[in-house]
Design a protein around this ligand. Structure first.
Ligand SMILES: [Zn+2]
Length: 325
């Protein structure tokens, strides 16, 4: 059975603090069991399911119990606020436990959020709720106000006041499709979600760190053509990862839909300031551009002025990835 997808709003004033405590910061199952907050049996079960001692947690109110009861290990939870999905996690298991809620969120939170689910594979994503909603077949006017799931199968009418259960196993598939970036991009396109797919900033930072380390060790050596080529290939890969299938052009009028023959979105990596003009061969000086933006940047009447704007843009895009998650 395809995993269910749950939309989890996290926008109110409590949510920010709670996210900080139990989604952005993972909890240690062993420590919770040692302190008697959860049973040892539960800790063992969750650890086996997750393959890790460290898990994220979220809790819902009593009135969301029917939805919460549908959660199974492997299901996907998408946290969103202000129209933006920002975090994805996979359900490890559920537990009704005021005690655990109290431990995680203090006295007031404990009384409220006792229907708890544990999460693994927490990943930063950047996706418009509107697009996900459209893909899920929910009308644009529909407001997801509480934990809400998209169920496999056809529309099944009303669940409560206005909660409709809709089909979209593919949405889960798109989010979950492995580490194969290409497969994720394709799945997203098939769903009409554009070229983007969930990705993590951590991998960008790691790639940049390894690039910089390499260039340090190369600085003393004579730069051969081969080395320079390899280095540029690394910069290209990092920038394409950052672009995540979307043109980074200034005032992009829209990139070609579909994929190139190599199965990728139509994007070229271009240095903001050319290497010949002293530009750095680094992601902070490179952008991924669609053919239109690429032409305007390199052959446009105002290419000179654009160079400065692109230099700032490349810096900003790089800084966004390197900044706090
Ligand atoms: Zn463009």
């Amino acid at each position: 059975m395809a995993p269910r997808v749950f939309f989890q709003p996290a926008a109110d004033k409590n949510a920010a603090g709670n996210l900080d405590r139990t989604v952005f910061r993972l909890q240690d199952l062993e420590s919770l069991a040692l302190r008697g907050v959860i049973t040892e049996e539960l800790a063992v079960r969750w650890q086996a399911e997750a393959g890790s001692r460290l898990l994220g947690f979220w809790g819902t109110r009593r009135n969301r119990r029917p939805t919460w009861e549908r959660m199974d290990p492997g299901d996907v939870v998408l946290f969103f606020a202000k129209g933006q999905i920002f975090q994805l996690g996979r359900v490890v298991g559920t537990a009704h436990s005021p005690k655990l809620a109290g431990e995680l969120w203090g006295k007031s939170g404990g009384a409220e959020f006792e229907f708890i689910y544990a999460l693994r594979a927490l990943t930063y994503v950047d996706l418009q709720m509107e697009a996900a909603q459209r893909a899920a077949g929910l009308p644009a006017t529909f407001q997801v106000r509480t934990l809400h799931d998209i169920k496999e199968g056809k529309e099944e009418g009303d669940l409560g006041h206005n909660a409709r259960v809709l089909a979209l196993p593919e949405l889960a598939g798109a989010y979950l499709a492995s580490d194969d970036e290409l497969a994720r991009v394709r799945a997203f396109q098939a769903l009409g979600l554009g070229h983007s797919a969930p990705r993590s900033r951590a991998s960008y930072r790691l790639a940049v760190a390894s690039l910089e380390q390499r260039s340090d060790s190369e600085a003393s050596a004579t730069a051969s053509t081969t080395r320079r080529y390899r280095r540029s290939a690394a910069v290209q890969a990092i920038v394409l990862d950052r672009a995540n299938g979307q043109c980074e052009g200034i005032e992009c009028g829209g990139m070609p839909s579909g994929l190139s023959r190599s199965g990728r979105p139509f994007l070229d990596v271009d240095h903001a300031v050319d290497l010949a003009l002293g530009g750095r061969d680094h992601p902070s000086n490179a952008v991924a551009l669609c053919p239109n933006c690429h032409a305007v940047k390199t052959r446009g009447v105002d290419a000179e002025q654009r160079r400065a704007a692109y230099a700032r843009r490349a810096m900003a895009l790089h800084a966004r990835e390197m900044g706090p998650a």
